[in-house]
Design a protein. Structure first.
Length: 81
């Protein structure tokens, strides 16, 4: 099935939900105005951090998942004595 494998699609949807929940949590609890940064800049920085980390974790998960779908090295079984 390639990129549209059911497990890969379901996992990608889960990572999208993780990103959306993390964005909501960041917007509610981690936006702060300081003398050097405005509320809008703080919100934008948080979104960049959340989505950069979510995309990186999703890509790592997807690479591992796809590697297990088509392994490069197969186990070599030795005959029993």
């Amino acid at each position: 099935n390639g990129f549209m494998a059911p497990g890969l699609v379901k996992g990608s949807i889960c990572w999208l939900l993780v990103g959306l929940v993390a964005t909501a949590v960041q917007s509610m609890y981690f936006v702060k105005e300081t003398p050097k940064i405005t509320m809008q800049e703080s919100r934008q920085l948080g979104r960049v951090v959340v989505w950069t980390s979510t995309i990186c974790m999703w890509m790592f998960w997807a690479f591992v998942y796809m590697h297990q779908m088509v392994p490069l090295i197969y186990p070599v079984h030795t005959p029993a004595l």
